[in-house]
Design a protein around this ligand. Structure first.
Ligand code: NAD
Length: 243
């Protein structure tokens, strides 16, 4: 671990955080790469691609309905809460997440860019409009219909599947190109374009920091690396950065 001495000016800086599945691991939400490339026992190509939805919509729907029900059983952990404290105390703060859960918001963060979509919302297959559908009746096994069309159409998970365009890219690139500190937490560095944001931050002169359980694919891109569980080490790092 490299000592974060140069952090003394973080409160007056522009800070961008990119989080991945690792930040939610201590809340009991399974990651993807840690389980041999399986997400909750499923191969990613069976549940997280447009082809999977075309071929076997029941399997894909059940997979995401299970993930949506799981949101009711999990709580934000100390890492999510530490990030909301950082947001409160720095001059400009942007949180980008690859996570589809809602634990950042429930940990107190506002204005979260969910670049890979959200579990809480569903999307009309025809109009592409999103709607929040988290009532008890929305969490069963049957397909759901939209409220936006005259003839209601089937809703799909509001998730960016592999092969689809991530959301909010314009705002994300703008924030990363203009930040002083770029901090990645709990991401394996395999999924692009998220994994390439550190290269943009570097080329724009930001200080780049990684907090991850193990050394990820793109570790050499970071100025500073802290290996360990985010819930354990991030609260102390945030305190150091703000003092
Ligand atoms: P990933 O699963 O590929 O990698 C997770 C990384 O987190 C690993 O490098 C691992 O070492 C690290 N990690 C595990 N536990 C940790 C902890 N306690 N503290 C710090 N680091 C820890 O995750 P990814 O890079 O985000 O890519 C996976 C893709 O799958 C994403 O695009 C995401 O949309 C999706 N996904 C989302 C969720 C979620 O919303 N919570 C969960 C699984 C997968």
């Amino acid at each position: 671990m490299i000592s974060p001495n140069h952090m003394a000016s973080m409160p007056v800086s522009s800070v961008v955080v990119l989080s991945g599945a690792g930040i939610s691991a201590e809340s009991g939400v399974g990651t993807f790469r840690d389980n041999g490339g399986l997400w909750e026992n499923h191969r990613i190509e069976d549940v997280a691609t447009p082809t999977a939805w075309q071929k076997n919509p029941e399997l894909v729907w059940n997979f995401y309905q299970t993930r949506r029900r799981q949101l009711l059983e999990v709580e934000p952990n100390l890492a999510h809460i530490a990030l909301s404290k950082l947001e409160d105390d720095v001059k400009e703060f942007t949180l980008i997440t690859q996570n589809v859960d809602d634990l950042h918001e429930r940990g107190g963060s506002t204005n979260v860019f969910h670049m890979h979509g959200r579990l809480r919302t569903l999307r009309c297959e025809i109009s592409q409009k999103h709607e929040e559908r988290m009532k008890k009746d929305d969490l069963g096994d049957d397909f759901l219909l939209c409220n936006c069309c005259v003839e209601p159409n089937r809703l799909r998970p509001d998730i960016v599947w592999f092969g689809e365009m991530p959301m909010h890219l314009e705002e994300i690139y703008e924030a990363v190109e203009n930040c002083d500190y770029f901090i990645v937490i709990g991401s394996s560095g395999h999924v692009y374009p998220a994994a390439g944001l550190v290269n943009i931050a570097n080329s724009c002169g930001a200080k780049t920091i990684l907090v991850n359980f193990d050394s990820p694919a793109n570790a050499s891109e970071f100025d500073e690396i802290h290996l360990g569980k985010a819930g354990k080490i991030l609260p102390n790092l945030v305190n150091d950065w703000l003092n």
